[in-house]
Design a protein around this ligand. Structure first.
Ligand code: ATP
Length: 377
């Protein structure tokens, strides 16, 4: 069993800050996904956990033991690499049993354990083959079996599905979820693929430039992104993000940008000036309407996604994507309108990029009014 804690973990390579002051508390049995764009430091963080890289600062604890200086083989962790890293001259059985042989486990015990793990991953018929005689999916399962054979407290996985084709990837994703349930072990999983993160994670750690941007359940990150970066990273097609202003009109506040006027359920009392914001609305939260639209524009393009259409509206200077069931009922070039629930509007500070929270009651200054204003869910 393994609870993993990182405190103030940093790593530099020359001028590059690969991992910058990361603090995480990973519960025993949790499926934690490290997600982020290429070069954000995911692999470096995982390699420090595995002991393959030494942190420049900070501590790593496994349960209550400080393992920061422990060599990889002494850590109760097993790593699965993107490349599988199988020994080409060994059979499947030889590869799976390798970690036990390295620990001088008795032969009979190795054979029994290899048979057991191979059976659980559907590899029994392949035990005599060499890696070159296996498909990508089978190699990936051998790499997993080799990690499982010692029953480690935690599994560290670095993009283990990225060499598989789309169908196999989706099937293996489901297998990994069920394997995690069966084993009850801690999984730390690196990917740049948001679908993998959203479907598999108990919690996601989203990294950018070595720093943690947000930690939370997939729903928390998707529904309440902490910043413009998080909002733009998760979601396909991505969230519509555009500069706008919050301004008082009559008794209410409105979110205004070219072609866009959304009444926010916040009292305008005391709101003196216009507040520049970055607004965000997910394409699937917009609804095409024929009357009283919040956003009006002309249809610049329609993409056929099969079951749905992605309608691109040009509203003033902004492009707004609307995801609608197919057929969406509009044609390119015509004027169209969409409506949005105010609760589906995200607001961010254009300076810091951070989320503006909406809580009653509005205070008297413009900035504070939106920073503390409420939109009922
Ligand atoms: P990817 O998804 O592309 O694998 P990543 O998020 O896993 O990226 P890392 O491999 O952890 O990113 O790299 C983080 C940063 O550290 C990058 O800027 C990378 O170029 C740099 N880096 C990683 N390893 C080394 C190294 N051994 N020497 C110098 N720079 C390195």
């Amino acid at each position: 069993m393994a609870r993993v804690r990182l405190t103030g973990v940093s790593k530099r390579f020359g001028d590059t800050s690969a991992v910058d002051d990361v603090n995480l508390d990973i519960a025993d049995g949790e499926f934690l996904v490290l997600l982020g764009p290429s070069g954000c430091g995911k692999s470096t963080l995982l390699r420090m956990l595995a002991g393959l890289e030494q942190p420049g600062a900070g501590r790593i604890l496994l349960d209550d033991t400080d393992i920061t200086e422990q060599p990889p083989q002494r850590r109760d962790l097993a790593m699965v690499f993107q490349s599988y890293a199988l020994y080409p001259h060994l059979t499947v059985a030889g590869n799976i049993g390798f970690p036990l042989r390295a620990r001088r486990t008795p032969r009979a015990r190795i054979a029994a354990r290899v048979a057991e793990v191979a059976a659980s991953l559907g590899l029994t018929g392949l035990l005599h083959r060499r890696p070159a005689q296996l498909s990508g999916g089978q190699r990936q399962r051998v790499a997993l079996a080799r990690a499982m054979v010692r029953s480690p407290g935690a599994f560290l996985m670095d993009e283990p599905l990225s060499n598989l084709d789309a169908t196999l990837r989706s099937a293996t994703r489901a297998e990994l979820i069920s394997l995690h349930r069966t084993l009850g072990a801690t999984f730390l999983y690196v990917t740049h693929d948001q679908v993998e993160a959203m479907t598999m994670a108990d919690r996601i750690v989203l990294l950018d430039a070595g720093r943690v941007q947000q930690v939370g359940t997939p729903a928390e990150l998707y529904d309440r992104p902490r910043s413009v970066f998080v909002a733009g990273f998760l979601g396909s097609p991505p969230m519509n993000l555009f500069p706008a202003e919050v301004t008082a009109r009559g008794a209410a506040l409105h979110l205004v940008a070219g072609g866009i006027d959304i009444e926010l359920p916040i009292r305008a009392a005391g709101f003196g000036a216009e507040l520049p914001v970055v607004a965000g609305i997910r394409p699937e939260r917009l609804r095409l309407v024929s009357a009283d639209p919040d956003i009006r524009g002309h249809v610049a393009m329609i993409e056929n996604l099969g079951s749905e259409e992605l309608v691109h509206l040009a509203a003033g200077a902004h492009r707004i994507a609307v995801r609608a069931p197919r057929p969406a009922g509009v044609t390119t070039g015509e004027t169209a309108g969409v409506r949005v629930r105010p609760a589906d509007v995200h607001l961010f500070d254009p300076g810091t990029g951070l989320r503006l929270t909406w809580q009653e009651p509005p205070s008297t200054t413009a900035g504070a009014a939106v920073r503390t204003a409420t939109v009922p869910a």
